[in-house]
Design a protein around this ligand. Structure first.
Ligand SMILES: NC(=O)c1ccc[n+]([C@@H]2O[C@H](COP(=O)([O-])OP(=O)(O)OC[C@H]3O[C@@H](n4cnc5c(N)ncnc54)[C@H](OP(=O)(O)O)[C@@H]3O)[C@@H](O)[C@H]2O)c1
Length: 235
């Protein structure tokens, strides 16, 4: 890893983002924590140990290329480089193909696919110049094969997977890896509220996915690229 540099975590104040920031901070990495509101970021930073090296950055909409570029520029100004991008921004929508689908499609394509594309575009020149980089996006199993009521979500996560594969193939020579993770249902407050009768013990802890992310962004993971890695096992 470069002497100077940082790990950008988008969606840093969300469920998976928060777990990832907590683990990476404990590992002593320099973190550039990106989310939509200053309040959410301040709350996140308060949860970290006093000696954690973490800077907040507010980007109200990473689906806008100006915000994505501003994020990368600010990370370079703050830390001199970008070792890794961990993009956890994403969303979920469900419903049969019909009159609601166009709105869902545009929302899912923005939150899942467009944010992954724009954040990748923003960090790539910095990583190319450094001849080093790690990119991790979060897809989902319906990106491999959709079930009923999943058209918009599944299509957007498939786009994340195809994007990741192209990034990996295009940047192998730059020593930049790109992978995506396919989590099972994550144990989150929102999922517990939405599925009160579900067997929560079958779900995946965000901290477990964070450990996979920590490996994928490490120098030791250089050989892993272009992957769509399931995160569905139980501990
Ligand atoms: N939860 C699951 O069971 C599950 C399963 C499979 C895959 N995944 C995927 O895993 C990833 C993380 O899920 P999660 O549960 O941690 O999500 P989450 O808690 O909703 O976190 C996402 C974060 O991104 C922020 N965000 C949303 N839209 C944004 C935008 N346009 N620009 C910048 N930031 C934005 C959110 O802010 P606000 O809260 O202010 O909107 C939130 O802080 C997502 O890609 C999700 O699709 C989740």
């Amino acid at each position: 890893m470069q002497q100077e540099g940082c790990v950008i975590v988008t969606g840093a104040a969300g469920n998976l983002g928060r777990a990832t920031v907590g683990l990476l901070a404990a590992q002593g990495l320099r973190l550039f924590c990106v989310d939509r509101t200053r309040e959410a970021l301040d709350d996140l930073l308060r949860s970290l140990p006093a000696d954690a090296e973490a800077s907040p950055f507010v980007a109200q909409n990473l689906g806008d290329p100006l915000f994505a570029q501003a994020m990368a520029d600010a990370a370079v100004t703050r830390y001199g480089g970008i070792d890794a991008l961990v993009n956890t921004v994403g969303g979920f929508a469900t419903g049969p193909v019909g009159s609601q689908t166009l709105d869902q499609w545009e929302l899912m394509m923005t939150l899942n696919a467009r944010v992954a594309l724009l954040t990748s575009i923003a960090v790539l020149p910095v990583m190319q110049a450094a001849h080093y980089g790690r990119i991790v996006h979060i897809a989902a199993a319906p990106g491999l094969k959709a079930g009923a009521n999943q058209a918009a979500y599944a299509a957007s996560k498939a786009a994340v997977m195809r994007l990741t594969e192209s990034l990996a193939a295009e940047h192998r020579r730059h020593r930049i890896t790109a992978n995506c993770i396919l989590p099972g249902t994550i144990d989150t407050p929102q999922n517990r509220a939405a599925m009160p009768d579900a067997k929560v013990s079958d779900w995946v802890a965000p901290e477990a996915i964070a450990r996979l992310i920590a490996f994928l962004i490490s120098p030791q993971a250089a050989v892993v690229t272009g992957g769509a890695i399931p995160a569905t096992g139980l501990e």
